[in-house]
Structure formats: structure tokens, C-alpha cells
Design a binder for this molecule. Structure first.
Ligand SMILES: Nc1ncnc2c1ncn2[C@@H]1O[C@H](COP(=O)(O)OP(=O)(O)OP(=O)(O)O)[C@@H](O)[C@H]1O
Ligand SMILES: [Mg+2]
Length: 440
């Protein structure tokens, strides 16, 4: 259906939406089969992934009059508005009631699952049931919604809309790049890999920011460096200043010694993540960057990965664990001590390993965190087992770095000079070194 052409990628979600739109537009076809159209559809997922856009397309494709409800009034008044909207819809059926951002209808207080707004929506849905009113809703999170509201019969269909990946991310990037004046060095595939997992709104924003950088530089074309600056600006937020790279080595040596030292540590930390990940899974590091602590501001580093080799989820998770410990391991290898700065890495690693132990049972069924468990000692056994696994993988990370110290030094040195290394640059450095492969 042409109404769905505005949605780029998401072919399976589009197909499902087209089917619902067809049920609404050609209800007689389904009635002849003795089938009733679904009562409602809920689209849920992170902000900016296109739920409202998909809803608008569905509304257009259905050809039905639509009554829109968004929270724009104080609670009491809003409850009245919900009731009135459904009353109006019932009088004018067949039609659609569109509840956009339904999870924002009630305040986020402790008891909001029982909030009056949701109770009202639920009773209104029940009141119009079978009367030709289709209820379409969007939400970021369904966890805060009452379970009774979500059951079949109210929202018969639920679609989880995820941030675009792979071919979808590439299609969306290519669409947004249409009509832009681009330099030859712009690599769409690489940009798509870099931004995958982020919302469409994020992708749109990166592209327009890259254009702003190019305009401000008075360039005729948007180049890859503008995209990198726009991307890093979004990663580092306010703290990122695209101008403070060390094109000139004198800049680096003119820094205060303490700042210089901390910058070297950040470079080795990020290089550790990158090298361990590249040894385990060549080509998986999309970007490694350090923004240092220049100009008296704490910035830090950042490494971005992608599952380019299509490694199965379980193995990929373990690679991420060892790669995540690579930052700390590199500091220990290079400077002999670990002076912190890796608590975020450790939190991620503990979280991943704890899930693998309690849900995937990598250490056996005795640590499975089942809802039927009745053992108070399980938590402490899980904690001990997780810590022991972290130790084991930390030793692995150290071993990989000890075997690949040339690769580590070269990545760290390049980072100190350039601040950003892209996947092709990492690949080039890799080729200059003797890399000792390792599999977990
Ligand atoms: N698949 C897509 N194709 C084209 N444009 C898209 C797509 N997904 C999102 N967009 C664009 O991204 C922006 C955000 O989309 P939208 O408002 O629909 O997101 P949302 O999921 O409803 O976000 P929120 O949860 O914040 O309400 C819009 O400009 C929209 O047109
Ligand atoms: Mg929305």
C-alpha cells in the first residue's frame, strides 16, 4: 500500500500493519469469512523508532476517521477527555481512536498502574467493543501499563518496534542522504554500522548535524569527517569539541603533564578494548576514540562494536565480556596498576555474565534463577560464581594483550595522534602487526 512508503525499512512490521489496515478498510471481506477485525493494536518501543509515523500510515491506509488522544491536560480534565473521545468515536463508527504515548497518560508515581487514566481507557475500550471502534496506541514501555489493559480482546496485536539494524539502518541512512551534496569519501555502509541500534530520529539528527558542520566550514560537500564529528558530538554530548584534535604534535606536548598522563591512560584503556575485541572477532570494532581530559574537562574514551561477522548471540556476548575487560587489562599491562576508571565496564561485564549464568546456565542448572526457586543461598552462590567468571575472563583479556602488545601499542599511539580510529584504520594497523589469534 502506498501509504506505507514513508516508512523506510521495517518490512515485516510494514506487512503486519498493511494486514491490519486491510482488515479495517475491507472489513466485509473478513466478515464474509466469519472473522471480526482486531479490536486494537499497540506499537511499543524506544523513543524515536517510528511508532507515531507507523500509526499515521496505518490511519491513512485504513481510510477511517480518527480521534486522537494525547496527554495535554491536567489529570482530571484528561480523564474526561478520554471518555468524551470514545463517546464521540462510538457515535461515528467505524473509526479509529489513536492513543499516542499511552504510557504517559498517568503520572509516574508508584501506583500509576492503577491510575484513573488507565482504568478509564480500559472501561472505554470494553464499552465500544464490537461497535466498530479500532483502538490504536503507542508506548515506550509496556511495563508501566496495567496487565489487564494489554490482554487480548483489548489490544489483540502488539508490535515491538526496535531501533534499526543491518539492512534497515542502511536503507534509512541512504534515504536521509538522498539529495545531500556528499564527498566521495562518504561510506554509507560504515555510517550505518556505526549508528545501528540508535533510533531513526538519532540517525536523522546525525545527518543534519554533519551538514551543519560542513556549512560552517564553508565546504561544498559533506565529508566523512563531518559525519564523524556529528556522531561523536552525540556520543560525548556537550563535552565534545570537534576542534581539539592533535593534528600538531606540539599541542600534545604543550599539555600539562598530569593531563597528558591521564590522556595516555585513556588511550591505552580504549586500545585494550579494541585490541581484545579485534583479536577475538576481526573487523568488529567500528570506531575507537579518545577525547582526553583536555581544556580541564573530563571526557574519556569510547569504543563502538558491531556484530559484522554474524557471531551467534551467546558467543558474541562472551566476546563483549572479554573485550569489556580489555580496557582494565591494558592499563595493568602497561602501567602495572589499576587505578579505577572502569566501573561502567565492570557493571556491564557483571551484568552480562550474571545473565549468562542464571538464564543460559553456562555453569550448570544449579545456578538457574528460576521463578520457582526456594533457596536463600542462591543469590550468594550466583554472586561468587559471577565474580569467579569475571576473574577467569580478565585473565583471558590479559593473555590476549600480552600476546599482542605490538598491536596494543600501535593502536594507543595512533589514538594519541588522531583521537579517532575508524574500522578501516584499525584494519590497516592490524595488517602491520603480527596478530596472535585467540578463540574463547
Ligand atoms: N522507518 C522510518 N522511516 C522513515 N522515517 C522514520 C522511520 N522511523 C522514524 N522515522 C522518523 O524519525 C522521527 C521520529 O519518529 P516517530 O515520532 O514516529 O518516533 P516514535 O517512536 O513515535 O517516538 P516517541 O516514542 O518519542 O514518540 C520522525 O521524523 C520520523 O518520520
Ligand atoms: Mg511517538
Amino acid at each position: 500500500m502506498k501509504e506505507f512508503e514513508r516508512i523506510i525499512g521495517y518490512s515485516s512490521e510494514k506487512k503486519e500493519l498493511e494486514q491490519v489496515a486491510d482488515c479495517l478498510r475491507n472489513s466485509e471481506v473478513y466478515e464474509n469469512l466469519g472473522i471480526k477485525a482486531p479490536n486494537g493494536l499497540l506499537l511499543y518501543g524506544e523513543p524515536g523508532v517510528g511508532k507515531t509515523l507507523m500509526s499515521q500510515c496505518l490511519i491513512e491506509a485504513s481510510g477511517l476517521k480518527t480521534y486522537i488522544c494525547r496527554k495535554n491536560k491536567p489529570n482530571g480534565e484528561f480523564v474526561n477527555e478520554i471518555t468524551k473521545t470514545f463517546e464521540e468515536a462510538e457515535k461515528n463508527a467505524p473509526c479509529i481512536v489513536f492513543l499516542d504515548d499511552m504510557d504517559k497518560f498517568a503520572n509516574g508515581d508508584a501506583n500509576h498502574r492503577d491510575a484513573e487514566e488507565y482504568v478509564t481507557v480500559q472501561s472505554c475500550i470494553d464499552k465500544v467493543k464490537g461497535k466498530g471502534v479500532f483502538v490504536l496506541a503507542t508506548a515506550n514501555s509496556i511495563n508501566c501499563l496495567p496487565r489487564s489493559l494489554l490482554r487480548a480482546g483489548r489490544f489483540d496485536r502488539r508490535i515491538l518496534v526496535k531501533a534499526p539494524k543491518g539492512a534497515d539502518a542502511l536503507e534509512i541512512i541512504s534515504h536521509y542522504l538522498e539529495g545531500k551534496n556528499l564527498d566521495e569519501d562518504v561510506d554509507r555502509k560504515y555510517i550505518a554500522r556505526l549508528v545501528e541500534g540508535n533510533s531513526c530520529a538519532f540517525l536523522e539528527n546525525i545527518i543534519s548535524e554533519a551538514g551543519l558542520y560542513a556549512g560552517f566550514d564553508r565546504k561544498e560537500k559533506i565529508s566523512m569527517s563531518h559525519f564523524m564529528r556529528a556522531y561523536l558530538r552525540n556520543v560525548y554530548g556537550e563535552a565534545y569539541d570537534g576542534d581539539d584534535d592533535f593534528d600538531d604534535d606540539d599541542d600534545f606536548y604543550s599539555m600539562a603533564e598530569t593531563t597528558q598522563n591521564s590522556f595516555v591512560r585513556i588511550a591505552y584503556h580504549e586500545a585494550g578494548h579494541a585490541v581484545v575485541s579485534e583479536v577475538l572477532d576481526p573487523g568488529s570494532v567500528m570506531l575507537v576514540s579518545v577525547s582526553g581530559e583536555s581544556h580541564g574537562r573530563e571526557k574519556g574514551g569510547f569504543t563502538k562494536y558491531s556484530n559484522v561477522n554474524g557471531i551467534p548471540g551467546f558467543d558474541y556476548a562472551l566476546n563483549r565480556v572479554v573485550g569489556g575487560l580489555g580496557g582494565m587489562a591494558a592499563i595493568e599491562q602497561k602501567f602495572g596498576i589499576n587505578r579505577g576508571g572502569a566501573s561502567a565496564d565492570l557493571n556491564d561485564v557483571f551484568h552480562t555474565l550474571c545473565n549468562l549464568i542464571t538464564e543460559e546456565c553456562i555453569l550448570g542448572f544449579h545456578l538457574h534463577d528460576s521463578p520457582y526457586r526456594n533457596s536463600e543461598s542462591l543469590d550468594s552462590r550466583i554472586e561468587l560464581a559471577t565474580a569467579a567468571e569475571v576473574e577467569k575472563y580478565y585473565r583471558k583479556a590479559k593473555q590476549i594483550l600480552a600476546n599482542n602488545s605490538e598491536f596494543l601499542d600501535k593502536i594507543a599511539e595512533s589514538l594519541l595522534r588522531k583521537r579517532i580510529l575508524t574500522a578501516p584504520e584499525i584494519e590497516a594497523i592490524r595488517k602491520e602487526c603480527t596478530v596472535v589469534e585467540c578463540r574463547l
